[in-house]
Design a protein around this ligand. Sequence first.
Ligand SMILES: Cc1cc2nc3c(=O)[nH]c(=O)nc-3n(C[C@H](O)[C@H](O)[C@H](O)COP(=O)(O)OP(=O)(O)OC[C@H]3O[C@@H](n4cnc5c(N)ncnc54)[C@H](O)[C@@H]3O)c2cc1C
Length: 353
Amino acid sequence: MAAAIAARQLGMRVMVADRAQPPIDKACGEGLMPDSLEVLNCLGVSLQGCETGSFHGIRFVGPECSAAATFPQGRGLGIRRVLLHDVFVQHAEHCGVETMWGARVSAIRDQGVLVNGRKISCRWLVGADGQNSQVRDWAGLSAGSGSTQRIGLRQHFQIRPWSDYVEIYWGSHSQAYVTPVGRNEVCVALISRQKFKSFDDALGEFPELAAHLQGARSTTRPRGAMSISRKLKQVCCGNVALIGEASGSVDAITGEGLAMAFRQALALGPALAAGDLSSYAAAHSQINSLPEFMSRSMLLMDRSRWLRSRSLRAFSRQPQIFGRMLAVHVGELRPRDFGASGLLNLGWQLLVA
Ligand SMILES: Cc1cc2nc3c(=O)[nH]c(=O)nc-3n(C[C@H](O)[C@H](O)[C@H](O)COP(=O)(O)OP(=O)(O)OC[C@H]3O[C@@H](n4cnc5c(N)ncnc54)[C@H](O)[C@@H]3O)c2cc1C
């Protein structure tokens, strides 16, 4: 939807075909960092008047200690996926994007695609078909590196958010994160290397979180999705461009998936309008590089108990280090400004923590 809006803003005729019916739901932590809200502005998407939750930073909670950091500027928003999709659909249709729902794309045919068995011609094809993208396979763009898979599960609970942060609870095999998505609702997402027996069983690894949720009514059923970290060699060829998770993805724990897709959309629009996808390929690689680095770092913390407990203690003792890392994460501080002294300080804290 973001790519469609970005292309339509530049005067192109755009059609979106999705096999699902709106509003489309998906297992997601439903958090939008402050920087992704700026990108939404550029797309003309407004969340004003929607039921949302708001947070001003991230809090890591470990078995022995916790650490919190606030965003240098602005606040993040939590919003139910169905609501976000609804806002996108309304805005896209208002901009003049043509939408087809229950419309399965089943093949690429010369200068077009088959949608529900009928050929639709197009100058460009944007594969925004998620983790298991078929457009990616058909276009021969599936080659890539390092695919790490984890399992995600999310459920909503009716409870007044108890924290002004998105809270990330670190367990030995998994993480749970809590995003406020309304005045009286939170979204809890669990991500693990191991299969969950059930949502309640998985919560057992996080007694502090389980205590918060004690007695809270669940407002949705648990919904699962794979969280895959994948980097592709190429994201476009010929008249096909990939975007969003179809074009590679980072681990869900980064909370960056949506923001990356929105930024990619802003880069793709002008590339399509100019008739040259090379600028998109370059921008895509730049957009993804920091979230990919963050994803690798978080996955290291997930896998190594030593690193996890040292990092949490270091962040707890020196919250300004955590604050600067969060500033890098949301694009308020350039990685090079974190600097050698920041890295040395972090290394030292890890050794002494
Ligand atoms: C547990 C979990 C927690 C997450 N938490 C966050 C978070 O807090 N913040 C964040 O920013 N990101 C988060 N993410 C990542 C985020 O959900 C994804 O980055 C985002 O949903 C990717 O969007 P997409 O449009 O690329 O793919 P999708 O949302 O999967 O959309 C793909 C669409 O393509 C359609 N489709 C597929 N095949 C076809 C076909 N053949 N024909 C027609 N239509 C087709 C599908 O119906 C679907 O609507 C999380 C992910 C997981 C798994």
